[in-house]
Design a protein around this ligand. Sequence first.
Ligand SMILES: [Zn+2]
Length: 477
Amino acid sequence: MSTLKPIQLLVACCCCLAFFSLQTAAQNTGAATNQPIVIRNVQLITMDESNSIIPNASVLIVNHRIVAINDSIPKNATIIDGKGKWLIPGLIDMHVHTVTDTGPFGPKYPSQGATLFFDLQDQMLPYIANGVTTIFELSARAEHFGQRNEIGKGAVIGPRMALAAMIDGGEGQGRRVNTPEDGRQAVRSAKAEGYEFIKVYAYLNPSTYYAIIEESKKQGLKVIGHIPDSFKGKLKEAFVPGFGMVAHAEELSNYAKDYSSAEATAMAALLKANGTWFSPTLITMEAIAAQVRSLEPLKALPSLAYVHPLLQSKWLTANKYNKMSSPENIAHFEQYAVFNLELVKACDAAGVPIVAGTDAGTSGVIAGFSLPDELGLLVKAGLSPQAALASATRLPAQWLGMDKQVGSIEQGKLADLILLDENPLIDIQNTRKIAGVMVNGNWVAKKTIQTMLADLAIRNNASKDQFDWKTFTSPKK
Ligand SMILES: [Zn+2]
């Protein structure tokens, strides 16, 4: 069971509204917090267990929560007209990496009055702009608790954050452990520090990997991750009780011999038998395969404007995938991308729960904007739009243990909602046609989103020339 705290507990009093970092945001989200809001006459796609759709519904939101559906409307309520529109739950991205101000940059300069190196609102805006109201941070560090607190108290408009501590071995990343004893201690430490999940990574040896999973179970922490390289030739042995989710399809593709659908079916059977869920992150491999070929499509991506200039620079001038460009590698990654779709098909057929994750932060995978891409790829792999939507709402909420709070539109749940101009069950790409987003009961209208995005794009592009490398500061807002 997760010990994830609902964000509502973290929300402070209205005086915090004074700290909204953007005026437009304060005007359009904060002020309405205690004021009843009704979204009226909307086609309601509940995404509850019964998959019910309620026509011409009115949804009453008070103080962060959905308090009634199709009940009487309070006289003082703010009305949002949903006529001809569709309401879905806020989306959950099950695999993200958010940059933090660490190392020599962040902590020193803000105290001297400088702008933070990576502005938190700028980082979170692309999620909210795309209706992503919950993210699962898969290499969480201490700074992410700080980020979560800023969002929780209303200083920044952003998604809820679930945090996984990364544990690796060898010369790998995160907490590095190479013995079962150290592995168990790393889990206990992570729990004591407040992490809710454990991510296992590529360079763990088998005995340490087993110990981490066993200890996580004991401590009540779910485990997601890569399949360590040390299982080469013995994939089956990585599937032990408590290995809760495979974090990328390529964790399985790495073990393919002939890339056949029979092989995909056999792999899906391993997940099914072990009760392991699947987060294929198809968009990651699509993006990598594209970058191995050429950087031109990435350069032309409109959403690149919403990526911090330092990351843009890294992706375009020091792109590790493009550096390995060769006919063999192009063919190799393309084969992976195709086989990944086979794996989704096989897992779906086997009844393995599939959740949508993007690996946002990986080069070419843009926060927020990449989630509709992932949903499109899931549909391409054979999922219905309904199933693709479930993969980013009800199902991830269940795995994260947040399903009493988010993941569907039901009375009593927190008000994370997306108002769409078109029906996403007909075309999943309609999830991009956003009329407004409600996050934690705060309404962010399309116009506000567009204004904030335009402002971010201007500053990001200006920063390319004006970034001060001595003080690590961007131009002031
Ligand atoms: Zn990742």
